[in-house]
Ligand binder design. Structure first.
Ligand code: F0G
Length: 406
């Protein structure tokens, strides 16, 4: 059961008495978390369970972990200069065990499934959730079933789900259709749903806020920018920052902004046309297949995060996403198209004056570049010259041309 019986809204995890219990201990918590970095116990190595004081309480033997989280924070100097910004960083969640940010949420939710005695888990997915669910189910000794929109999931993500032994059903519908169906089916079968309707997913994903703050030495950035699809991630990130503030671990929260592809922009339209009161579902179309979602489940939570943190929702074109992805690539940072939407959005937000040059900005890159190599091949295909004859004279002449250009 993931929805309120009265109003049908999604549930949220709350911790009664949590602030009173932890507030006096806030400074101590920072130290405890820091010290766990020296431990080799799996629940301390995990970038999720290391923060277990702010998570649902579980027995250590139920924790399903592969050392998720612990992802790099890297500064983007060339891009920052080009945009006139002083401080621009990326938090690369594509460096998680299965190559996307989903692993933090799946570790948390599948641990709850194990603690509750489930032997089978499931999800609908644009690809990354299915890869993560399949892998973590295998680690936890559970079966997994994944519903995918047929023909709309990249080969790399599909390959992961298959490799990790998921039962894969490709349906003739889009992601929204898969999720609607699954929400009904789990009422009838003893299968545990791992989509972000499941509030424990958000508990795992909120830890990126804690880890980021540690990496920034608890100096709050002005802006954090995430891509938006089903809107679980933006909701989780907001929850994480707001909890840190309520506990007194940080004095203020960053503005959290959400970027969608122009062809899959229901949150942006909802904000523009109704001020976030109603969702305006769209028929989604974008080459950033991870965020090809027209009716996001967590839209209300995401609207609340925008309002509570002072962030905005913005959309970007396919060309803007491709250009941003190329900019990141030119700095040695690979990611999938959905992740590059954050930089495309930032460019617009700098132009509009919402982001100012002396502000610190963190872009959350959500998926690894190798998740979508067809996109890369299409982008760079023309740059691949014909094969060159393998003799010194021909290679030398080719190299001389490269030198002459640089
Ligand atoms: N970036 C990537 C790489 C994703 O895979 C997703 C979502 C998002 C961003 C958007 O995150 O849904 O929390 O707003 N992928 C889901 C999936 C839907 O099935 O893998 P969101």
């Amino acid at each position: 059961m993931f929805r309120c019986g009265r109003c049908s809204e999604l549930l949220e995890v709350v911790y009664p008495g949590f602030e009173d219990r932890l507030r006096n201990d806030a400074a101590n918590l920072k130290q405890v978390w820091q010290q766990r970095r020296l431990s080799s116990a799996p629940e301390d190595v995990s970038g999720v369970w290391r923060f277990r004081e702010l998570l649902p309480q579980v027995e250590p033997q139920h924790v399903v972990t592969m050392g998720e989280g612990n992802t790099p924070l890297v500064s983007l100097q060339k891009t920052a200069r080009a945009l006139g910004l002083h401080h621009l960083l990326i938090k690369h969640q594509g460096m998680n065990p299965t190559g996307s940010f989903k692993d933090t949420g799946i570790s948390a939710a599948i641990t709850m499934a194990k603690a509750e005695g489930f032997s089978c888990v499931c999800c609908a997915s644009t690809g990354n959730t299915s890869a993560s669910v399949a892998a973590y189910a295998a680690r936890g000794g559970m079966k997994s079933v994944v519903l995918l929109p047929s023909g709309q999931v990249t080969t790399g993500k599909l390959a992961q789900a298959l490799e990790y032994g998921a039962h894969v059903l490709q349906l003739q519908t889009d992601f929204d259709g898969c999720l609607r169906l699954l929400e009904q089916l789990v009422q009838k079968l003893p299968i545990y749903l791992l989509n972000s309707l499941n509030p424990y997913r958000l508990e795992g994903q909120k830890t990126v806020a804690f880890e980021l703050m540690e990496q920034l030495n608890w100096q709050v950035p002005d802006h954090v920018i995430v891509p938006g699809g089903n809107l679980g991630n933006s909701s989780a990130l907001g929850k994480g920052f707001l909890e840190l503030r309520d506990l007194g671990l940080i004095a203020s929260v960053p503005r959290i902004s959400v970027i969608q592809a122009a062809g899959a922009n229901p949150l942006v339209r909802s904000m523009r046309e109704t001020g976030g009161k109603d969702l305006i579902p769209v028929n989604p179309e974008t080459r950033a297949t991870a965020i090809r979602i027209g009716s996001p489940a967590s839209w209300r939570k995401a609207v609340a995060v925008l309002k509570n943190t002072g962030g905005v929702a913005e959309d970007v074109s396919e060309d803007e996403i491709a250009a941003a992805k190329a900019d990141l690539g030119a700095e040695g940072i690979g990611c999938e198209p959905a992740s590059a939407a954050t930089l495309a959005g930032l460019k617009k937000l700098v132009r509009s004056g919402f982001v100012k040059c002396d502000e610190t900005v963190v872009l959350v890159l959500t998926g690894h570049m190798l998740k979508d190599i067809d996109y890369v091949a299409q982008m760079h295909g023309p740059r691949l010259a014909q094969p060159v004859e393998a003799n010194a004279a021909t290679v030398l002449s080719a190299l001389e041309k490269i030198y002459a250009k640089s």
